[in-house]
Design a protein around this ligand. Structure first.
Ligand SMILES: [Zn+2]
Length: 78
């Protein structure tokens, strides 16, 4: 009985957790450099982004308002 309740709780929790979308940006949000599918990714505000290097990822995570619009679009996107 307890286990059933626990499973139900886990299912509800999982369903209500927004899933982060896969990174789709083609330029580094930090410096505008080219990124590819093999580039490192980092999560900023619950959204994954590709970065040219992990330093850019850490930089954007530190000051997301400087590099990202409120809707999550990178400001340096062409
Ligand atoms: Zn970069």
């Amino acid at each position: 009985m307890l286990n059933a309740a626990l499973v139900a709780l886990v299912m509800v929790t999982t369903a209500s957790t927004p899933q982060a979308k896969p990174a789709q940006n083609t330029t580094c949000p930090g410096c505008g450099g080219v990124v590819s599918a093999k580039s490192p990714t980092a999560m900023v505000r619950g959204q994954n982004y590709r970065f040219c290097c992990t330093d850019c990822g850490a930089m954007v995570q530190k000051k997301p308002d400087k590099f990202l619009h409120k809707d999550g679009t990178p400001k340096n996107r062409n």
